[in-house]
Design a protein. Structure first.
Ligand SMILES: [Zn+2]
Length: 234
């Protein structure tokens, strides 16, 4: 069935032109046979994507230039304090973070997380040069960063090794958040020489505990799990 392109009347397939307005009837298939070319190019014009390696080189150069530039400024111009350590530390963190993304994508995720933790530790250590004492670094920063790194590694291990779902991931996250908060409070207590006890982190622990129990119930009861999945559309 075809229709006139001009007046829209229905046409018989044998007609060469419209009986009403005399517009010629052209079969689309015949256009190509007649050598008719499309006004649009066949190939999509696309800008070449930036290669990861090039981006890696760019990031490395920009970060090193920033770090070296600040170090030189600190050494020769603004010599009042070791302020450049703060910027150099940030550059180190950004570089370490960008390794798995653009420089060496095959780097195992556990190693990446470990290096991230170490980079943050190094940065905090650099700050000790600007503070009166480095005690806070050894007694607060190192334990907290180490705990956070271990928890991040554990979270990755759980997500990779155990059955994955949004509910399960939420379960791991809430459990780890509770452990992290309890850890931070205990480290702070020890730092200030107070007896180890829970106050604010007890609240976090309770809330997370309730959520974790609810999530475990959800996970272990198939009917409940399905009901939640249907209602939340995941
Ligand atoms: Zn017509």
């Amino acid at each position: 069935m075809s229709y006139c392109v001009n007046c829209g009347v229905e046409l018989d397939s044998s007609l060469k032109s419209c009986p009403l307005c005399h517009t010629p009837v052209i079969h689309p298939g015949e256009l190509q046979k007649a050598g008719f070319t499309s006004p649009y190019p066949e190939q999509k014009g696309q800008v070449e994507t930036v290669k990861r390696k090039d981006l890696g080189i760019l990031i490395t150069i920009v970060l090193s230039a920033t770090a070296i530039g600040c170090a030189l400024l600190n050494l020769f111009v603004f010599t009042g304090s070791l302020w450049s350590l703060l910027i150099i530390g940030i550059c180190i963190i950004l570089f370490v973070l960008s390794i798995p993304a653009v420089i060496y994508t095959k780097q195992p995720i556990y190693l990446s997380l470990l290096l991230d933790g170490i980079a943050i530790g190094v940065y905090l250590y650099m700050i000790t040069f600007l503070t009166a004492s480095a005690r806070w670094f050894w007694e607060l920063a190192v334990p907290i960063v180490a705990l956070a790194t271990i928890l991040a590694e554990l979270l990755t291990l759980c997500i990779r090794r155990l059955p994955v779902s949004i509910i399960a991931t939420a379960l791991y996250l809430f459990a780890e958040a509770a452990i992290l908060c309890v850890g931070i409070e205990l480290f702070i207590d020890r730092y200030f020489g107070k007896p180890l006890s829970l106050s604010w982190s007890a609240i976090v622990l309770t809330v997370c505990g309730i959520i974790v129990i609810a999530l475990i119930t959800l996970l272990s009861t198939r009917r409940l799990r399905e009901a939640v999945r249907r209602r939340l559309h995941f």
